[in-house]
Each structure stands twice: as structure tokens, then as C-alpha cells.
Design a protein around this ligand. Sequence first.
Ligand SMILES: Cc1ncc(COP(=O)(O)O)c(C=O)c1O
Length: 499
Amino acid sequence: MHISQMIAGITLDRQNSLPLYRQLYAEIRKAILAGRMLPGMQLPPSREFCQSLNISRQTVLNAYDQLLAEGYLRGSVGQGTFVNEELPALADRSKAMVSSASPKPVMDRISKRGQQHIDPRGSTRFHQGNARAFRVSMPDLDLFPFDIWARLEARHCRHPKGQLGYGDPAGHLVLRELLAVYLKAARGVNCAPEQILITSGSQQALYLLSTMLLDPGDKAVVEYPCYRGTTAALHAAQADICAVPVDDEGMDVIYAAAHYPDAKIAVVTPSHQMPLGMTMSLQRRMALLEWAKSNAVWIVEDDYDSEYRFGSSPLASLQSLDTQQSVIYVGTLSKVLFPGLRLGYLVLPEKLLEPMVQAKAVIDKHTSIMPQLTLADFIAEGHFGRHIKRTRKVYAERQASLVTCLEKELEDELVCGAQDGGLDLAVYFKQTYDEERIIEAGQKIGLELRGLGHYADVPGKLSRPAVSPGGLLLGFASLTCAEIERSVSKLATLFKAAR
Ligand SMILES: Cc1ncc(COP(=O)(O)O)c(C=O)c1O
């Protein structure tokens, strides 16, 4: 091959974020492996290369250095640079592989178990693009005291005190002690610090539980409609997902017990049903615990936003009523602090702790230490309690403002659902509207709308118990009252046009 031919086959993309020397390295390597540059062939002097490709000599030298270090080339600057003769077998083999390999679809090369991790409902990205009204499940980051957080974190960076090596897979003990005290006081949760396992968000907690407690085909009861993070984790564990309707009192436990007597697990949101927002009644809670006891069902209590209860005080957690160690409590810091923190926790029955800790260690050794250290200080110094108190008041005002605006502007179109608390409000269509069309129309005028149908789409075969009510879930916590007013006006225009 003539030098000019060799150079002609090389393409570099200046718009690509990969440095030019890495691109040149990759091109030459590819040519050698494909047999286009043969063993013993001399490469052009670096000066010739850089003139022809209009790149700096240093770029060429850096690429050659890398290829020399990896053994694709031999020689030295001044003596000439050659394709290494000791590579023929490799070059021949890769040439043969390139020509004979029939391109297999990538899904054929992903395990069955792996394929279950790909959500059949499409993208698993929870929030995309810039936040706008009415993004769901989003706290107001402007209210978060990042200055205090940064100061606490900086203190650990300056004085790491040997705490930044590999830590306990269960999490930072001081944080677990503080959480145990907080959960007892705020939610009535009965636990020793050793029963707490810190996870990377509650999503990892749900994933760990699904993989550890279920074999493929095992029945998992979920509320209908249901949070997608739950059904995605159960789907990944190849569970048989069994949807149970909810009403004003929460999940219909009698329906669950009658239809799915052999269920292994039931995941519920008793404090604040996701997405409809009702609280599970005491009667249902007792029935659920009774069912768990008689049928050996694990109950997973996802208590994701119970800190935000407006008006009445919250019912104590389901876990606090459990005398049989059937309830596994799942908590998150995504709502009270911020979602990007990725901190959550499990409160486990004692007998489950060690297996779960072992599994956690296999997944990621342990959750990142620095946020755990910072959070422990944030709680110990009282900032956590103050932040919850302040945001609870603000979010209550925002929910009230949203309800008032909706009643004023959309009285004929929408009716508001449960208003006990949380960061989002479910609203139901009074007339028939096409949810998808409403969402699309919202996008065009800068609104981020989520239909209740999103939560009614449950993967797997299921005897779907009820048709989801048409409506929307509107996030209000991250919007000021003025933004709520403006956005409801936009929503009203949209609904009037959709009539
Ligand atoms: C029902 C439910 N559980 C848990 C979470 C929080 O998930 P994570 O802790 O993974 O951020 C959410 C977030 O919206 C949720 O709606």
C-alpha cells in the first residue's frame, strides 16, 4: 500500500469530543487489525502524516506512542515506524472474523435475565430536560440549604479521618443510628440501627428485594395503578406481576387474598398511594398484615414521601403495626432532600439483614460514603428537621394554591383527587379526553404533563382488574404559587381547545 493510500483511508472528525490523537490511534489500529496495514509495512514519517491530515505533529507522535506501547507498531522516532511483524496471527484472525461474522441482533447476545431489565414500556429516564410545570415527584431545590450541605461535606473532605476507604456494605453506622431515631419518632418504625441498610435510592432497595425474594414466575402483588420503578424492578426479577385495584381506602386486600393466595410479596404505598394519593385505612392495614401472616407474604412498605402530610398528622407506618416481621420498610431521601443524591434505605426484619447486606456488597460494595457522612451531620445538627418543617409548610401552600386555581379555571374539566399531602396531585377528567393528546398539546406550550395511564401500564401478563381513570398527575412542589397560577391558566387554554 502506498503511503498516500494509507493516509487516504483515515478519517478524523474535528467535531467529535474524542481527542484527535485518540481518533488517529483508533484508525491505525483498525487498519492493522483488518489487515489493511500489513506486518512489516512502514508507516509514513510523522511530518508527512500531519501535513496530509492537517493535524499537529504532536498528535501523530502521541498516536504512534500509544500504538508502540500496545505492540501494534515497532521502531522508534528517526529509525522509522513499522507495523509489528509479530501480529500476523492476530491480523489474519481478525480479518477472518470481520468477513465471516454475520451481524447478530444485539438482543440475541443479551441474556434472558438481562432482557427483562429493558423496560418494555420504553424509556426508564424518570425526568428529562429542564424542569417545568407540572413535573412530578420533584422537590424545590431552591429551598434546599446547599450552603450548609457544602460546608458539611467540605469538612469531611478536609478531615477524612480514615472514613473514605471501603466501608460497611450496610452503610455508615452513625447515619443508621440517626435514621433509626428519626424513623421511630416520625413514623413509629421499630428498628435497631443494625436493621437499616443504606441503598442508592429506594430504586436499589426495590431491585434488591425483587431479586432476593423472588424466583422467576413468583407472584408479586402491586397496587393498580402503580409506580413504574416498582414494576420495573419486579419485571427485571421475572416476577409474575399481579395488579390489585385501589379505592378510597387504598389497596383492596380482600381482592389480593382471593385472587393471588400464593403471592410471595406485595408492594404497597400505604401512607400516600402512588399515584392517586389516598391513605390506606387502618382496617385495610390490619387485613394486609393478617394476610401476610397467614400466607407468608412479604409486605414491602414504600414510604417515599410521608414527611409531606398536610393538615392531619400521618398514620404511623405499617411496619409499626407488624408483630410478625413481615413488613420491609423502604425510605428515600429523594423527596425530602433531592433526587440526585441517590440515597435511600431499607429497614429489614432481622432474619433478612445478612443476606441482603451480602447482595448489596455484590452490587456496588456499598453506597457512596461522602453523602452518607454529610447526611449524618445534616441530621445531627438539626438541619434535616428544620428543612422538612419549612418545606412542608411551603408545599402545603402550593398544593392549596393549585387546588384553588384548578377549581377556578378548570371546574368543568377536572376534579381534584386526594389532598392529604405529597409533592403531586392526581386530577381526574370530568369528560372524556385522550390523555396522550392532552400530553402532546401540553408539550407544545411548555408544560410537562404525566397521564395517570402512565401508572396503569403494568408489564407482563395480568388479569387487569380495572380500567385506569383518565386524568393527570400534577407535580406542584417545585413551583411557586405565581408559577402555579400561570401554568394552570395555560392548562385551561389547552383543555378548552381540546373540547
Ligand atoms: C412510589 C415511589 N417510590 C420511590 C420513589 C423514589 O425513588 P428513588 O429513591 O429511587 O429516587 C418515588 C419517586 O418518585 C416514588 O414515586
